[in-house]
Ligand binder design. Structure first.
Ligand SMILES: [Zn+2]
Length: 176
């Protein structure tokens, strides 16, 4: 099932998400729906808060579905190691149509759980490292625009205001 993607400045995107504690059928269905929603968008990753569920989990495919079998489910992640630096252009399914260069670690080692609660380690480099960091930021209520120099962030916000007035950008939920 395709889920509604929440858009900035919907307040759910600003909440710190809660750990996943129950690895049941309901969770598996949500993971399946998140993947379907990500592929349909299409995007390289989606975090549960982006579909209105304040839980610490994300799904990622660094080919956005171009290569089969690349889907990664990441539950309750934490970064164990990080190193290096990359600067690439990023976008976000929750701020569609806006892009900016964001500085990230070039390599991250992430410990997380799979859909059955088993521990796993993901070694991410370059693009995968960047996606992991972007998606994990969502679990803290952080968006890529927060990482930009304020001048660039204000430019994006002004642009969004114009787009909202023009009916070219739809805000879900609302701001508290
Ligand atoms: Zn995002």
């Amino acid at each position: 099932m395709i889920l509604e993607i929440k858009t900035f400045p919907d307040e759910i995107l600003r909440r710190k998400a809660k750990p996943v504690e129950v690895f049941d059928e309901k969770l598996h269905k949500l993971l399946d729906d998140m993947a379907e929603t990500m592929y349909e968008a299409p995007g390289y990753g989606i975090a549960a808060p982006q579909v209105g569920e304040s839980l610490r989990m994300v799904v990622i495919d660094d080919t956005a579905g171009k290569v089969k079998g690349r889907l990664i489910e990441v539950i309750n992640p934490e970064i164990l190691e990080k190193s290096g630096e990359i600067m690439e252009e990023e976008g976000c399914l929750s701020i569609p149509g806006e892009y900016a260069y964001v500085k990230r670690f070039a390599k991250v080692k992430v410990r997380c759980q799979d859909r059955h609660g088993n521990e796993k380690i993901i070694d991410g480099e370059n693009k995968l490292a960047r996606i992991l960091q972007h998606e994990m930021d969502h679990l803290e209520g952080t968006l890529f625009i927060d990482k930009l120099p304020s001048i660039k962030r204000e430019t994006i916000k002004k642009h969004l205001k114009k787009r909202i007035q023009a009916g070219d950008y739809v805000v879900t939920g609302g701001k508290k």
